[in-house]
Ligand binder design. Structure first.
Ligand code: AMP
Ligand code: MN
Ligand code: MN
Ligand code: MN
Length: 293
């Protein structure tokens, strides 16, 4: 496990459910030694220009990024897109459609919470939202912690907002086929985010990987802040079995909530192809003047 390049290709800003601005994240990534960075907000690329500009001003290479919410086998799966053209119209439309149902869903989440005596959760969550089109469960979780209902966000997701608990609303996101197509046709590479997080049976997980591959998906996150270290070798083997490149990313959301900071994970296992090797032509290079001499 050698760290040839400190790449961190998964994190969130205030444009989705993170608490730092794109500029603050760029500075934090750079301070932590990240050399190649991507901001991957949920279903939204509105922060890409700011992130790329801030990265390059610091002498850090940049790949465009997004994390698309997908429904596969009745489960929410996340697909990361890297190195796409941020001006692609089809990708922008697809993401806008994916964001579309979030407002209604949030109202329904609040109605359910009201039924268990938690009043005003919609208005409470809205106070944490940076982008009105992107109200997420994370914003409800922050509100429930600050309102004293739960001690921390993991407790919120154990007691609320998840299947079988108050505040869980089933939702249809994008299809796997569409998400991979939008990313590919915009010139990027699609990556399965944190596969260890989904509670799939082995058959369902195999189906996800095979269909993803058939649609033209190219990578899988192996070393991520959303995996336990014991899961790295499992998904390294899956990457090899399916001929997928591997990605690395902290999934950093907030200095107060995230246990994995930007740029601090171990490197990818040696035998894997890093996804950035497939994306050499898509990297926005920092100006030569700021590179070390
Ligand atoms: P949404 O897209 O609105 O369904 O919100 C999903 C977000 O909630 C994820 O991206 C995470 O940031 C957060 N989340 C989901 N499950 C958990 C969990 N068990 N613990 C902490 N955060 C979670
Ligand atoms: Mn999130
Ligand atoms: Mn995710
Ligand atoms: Mn994420």
């Amino acid at each position: 496990m050698t760290l040839l390049l400190n790449a961190d290709l998964h994190c969130h800003s205030v444009v989705s459910d993170g608490t730092l601005t794109p500029e603050e994240l760029a500075a934090r990534a750079h301070a932590n030694g990240v050399q190649l960075w991507a901001l991957t907000d949920h279903d939204e690329i509105g922060g890409q220009h700011r992130a790329a500009t801030a990265a390059q001003a610091l002498g850090m290479d940049y790949l465009t990024g997004v994390e698309i919410s997908v429904t596969f086998a009745d489960t929410t799966v996340h697909i990361v897109g890297l190195g796409f053209d941020a001006h692609d119209a089809q990708l922008a439309q697809g993401l806008a459609a994916t964001r579309g149902g979030r407002g209604e869903r949030a109202q329904e989440i609040a109605r359910q919470l009201a039924q268990v005596g938690i009043m005003g959760a919609y208005e409470g969550a809205l106070r944490y939202v940076g982008n009105p089109e992107l109200i997420s469960r994370t914003h409800f979780a922050r509100h429930l912690v600050d309102a004293g209902v739960c001690r921390d966000t993991p407790e919120v997701f154990r007691r609320f907002l998840t299947e079988g608990h108050p505040g869980y609303v089933e939702h249809r996101w994008a299809s796997l086929r569409d998400a991979v197509r939008w990313i590919r046709e915009a010139g990027g590479a699609a990556v399965i985010a944190h596969p260890g997080r989904y509670r799939f049976t082995p058959t369902e997980e195999y189906a996800l990987f095979s269909e993803f591959k058939q649609h033209g998906g190219e990578g899988v996150e192996v070393v991520t802040g959303s995996h336990m270290p014991s899961e790295y070798p499992i998904y390294a083997a899956m990457a090899q079995e399916f001929g997928l490149a591997a990605s690395r990313g902290s999934d950093f959301h907030s200095p107060h909530e995230s246990h994995t900071d930007l740029g601090q994970l171990p490197g990818l296992p040696d035998q894997l192809t890093p996804v950035w090797e497939l994306l050499q032509g898509r990297i926005l290079r920092a100006p030569a003047s700021s590179a070390p001499t």
